[in-house]
Design a protein around this ligand. Structure first.
Ligand SMILES: [Zn+2]
Length: 66
């Protein structure tokens, strides 16, 4: 399961959703639309700088690990 960030085209809302695959597209929690666009992988900002390598691992190409 990877936390992804999505943007709803219908209500212009941005939300995060855990998805199990890169093909999965969740519905907007606000309006229920499936017209959502996947954004870059969400990064939990806990105060430190995001590690590009760690981000790459989390958002790596399909087939990296599952
Ligand atoms: Zn929406």
């Amino acid at each position: 399961m990877i936390l992804h960030e999505f943007h709803c085209k219908q209500c212009d809302k941005q939300f995060e959703e855990m998805v199990s695959s890169n093909q999965e597209t969740p519905r907007c929690p606000s309006c229920g639309s499936q017209e959502v666009k996947r954004l870059l992988c969400a990064v939990k900002r806990t105060g430190g700088n995001a590690d590009p390598d760690a981000l790459g691992n989390a958002c790596g190409p399909v087939g990296g690990f599952s």
